[in-house]
Design a protein around this ligand. Structure first.
Ligand code: PMP
Length: 446
């Protein structure tokens, strides 16, 4: 019996069409996880695997947190589901208030979703409906950014800027894109690169072309995650904020990765000192334990929906999900935010970020390394492409890491790290050493 299979049959493996996975390769050589605790997974063949990406940027507080499990089971025993529309339950209101306390001033109304992708769609729809409410119905155009990732639904893919996520689906919605901020002169910057604030001026060109009277919103990740950790150049976000303000365009921060500790604070908005009109979250909100997202808007946006005429039982926003503000997800989120606060994990993440920065940049002189970037407790390497095989090397390196007992993510031509906030510095050291070995092995064709 293949001990990598956790007792699964080939027909069971074949039945599951896995997301964002090379299914042919995976089903030949599966990487199956059977348990998790703290910073470690257990693989089907019984090995501890260090969780170098906190799940998918989700589990910063570590796995198997008893307080979250307890909160979930208590909530289940009391109220397992409540209709999401027209009726409420206590945990959602408590969680909404709790989230607003962590947001920058003014972002204080919360709409719950099931995921980051849903948060994105919700934010884009709110932006367009907002301008209609204001009598500016022509403001519909949505602007994203090259290399941006905003989930997988049609709106998110349309504003997203990763070609591979769009190409096979045919035409997306009509959107425009700002240029990305990955400049070669910024290679090997530590944290925010110095160069690139001027790239925000491209928004002026888009406005020139389409006119602000037709533009609803700009959506960007303050730190782009999925494209391989692109921290914003110094001054860039502020410049975007100013242009949006001058031209009555809403600014949406997609903080699905960056909210709740990844950058050492509750939000990237706080770290970068720029407050958007709408802020999307998910992932770390429940420590990855239950799917949930949230869209936080400026009070003025919410109020403008409430100020419509008509009877007060009339819906202000015909939008929502069967599982919006699911009681069990709310319980998981409340318990997660308790842990983050009680264990001081934003601070811990900020402290560890210096260690990660230090260690990761030591890889600079290895073969195959084109660039290294870091921001908070997130880091990425760009790997030089093998001739004719642009994506092969990151994949091979990630496989070698798995064999050595480390999980990291490979995506496009990058390798991505986002260790848990509760990691120890020796564990980060071990991860980086294993990464150096794996890179050398792949460079040497081993
Ligand atoms: N936005 C951003 C910035 C993300 O990083 C992600 C997920 N990686 C999403 C949206 C989509 O979230 P989900 O996978 O929960 O739908």
């Amino acid at each position: 019996m293949n001990d990598k299979l956790a007792g699964l049959t080939q027909t069971q493996l074949d039945a599951h069409w896995m997301p964002y996975t090379g299914n042919r390769q995976f089903k030949r050589d599966p990487r199956i996880i059977t348990a998790a605790d703290g910073c470690y997974y257990t693989s089907a063949d019984g090995r501890p695997i260090f969780d170098g990406l906190s799940g998918l940027w989700t589990c910063g507080a570590g796995h198997n947190r008893k307080d979250i499990a307890k909160a979930i089971s208590q909530q289940l025993a009391k109220l397992d589901y409540a209709p999401a529309f027209q009726f409420g339950h206590p945990s959602s209101f408590a969680l909404a208030e709790r989230i607003t306390q962590l947001m920058p001033e003014g972002l204080n109304r919360v709409f719950f979703t099931n995921s980051g992708s849903d948060a994105v769609e919700t934010s884009l729809k709110i932006a367009r409906a907002y301008w209609r409410k204001k009598g500016l119905a022509s403001k519909t155009k949505l602007i994203g950014r090259s290399k941006g990732y905003h989930g997988v639904n049609f709106g998110g893919v349309s504003v997203g800027g990763i070609g591979a996520n769009r190409a096979i689906f045919g035409p997306a919605l009509s959107t425009s894109h700002l240029p990305h901020t990955l400049l070669s002169e910024n290679r090997f910057s530590r944290g925010q690169p110095e160069c690139g604030a001027h790239l925000a001026e491209a928004l002026l060109d888009i406005i020139d072309l389409h006119d602000a009277s037709n533009i609803a919103a700009v959506i960007i990740e303050p730190m782009a995650g999925s494209a391989g950790v692109l921290p914003p150049p110094e001054g860039y976000l502020q410049r975007l904020r100013d242009i949006c303000e001058q031209h009555q365009i809403l600014l949406i921060f997609d903080e699905v990765i960056t909210a709740f500790g990844r950058l050492g604070s509750a939000t990237g908005a706080e770290i970068f000192g720029v407050v958007p009109d709408i802020l999307n979250t998910a992932k770390q909100l429940t420590n990855g334990v239950i799917p949930m997202g949230a869209v936080v808007v400026q009070q003025e946006i919410y109020e403008s929906f409430l100020q419509q005429g008509g009877p007060d039982y009339q819906l202000e926003l015909p939008h929502g999900y069967t599982y919006s503000a699911h009681p069990v997800a709310c319980a998981a989120a409340l318990a997660t935010l308790d842990i983050l606060e009680r264990d001081n994990l934003f601070k811990r993440s900020a402290e560890l970020a210096y260690i990660l920065e230090d260690y990761i940049h030591q890889l600079r002189n290895l073969p195959l390394i084109y660039d290294i970037r870091n921001c908070g407790l997130a880091a990425a390497l760009t790997i030089e492409s093998a001739p004719g095989e642009p994506l092969l090397r990151p994949f091979l390196i990630a496989l070698k890491m798995w064999d050595k007992g480390f999980y990291i993510r490979y995506s496009g031509n990058t390798l991505q790290l986002g260790v848990p906030f509760i990691s120890r510095s020796e564990e980060i050291d071990g991860l980086i050493n294993a990464l150096a070995e794996s890179i050398l092995e792949v460079a040497n064709g081993q």
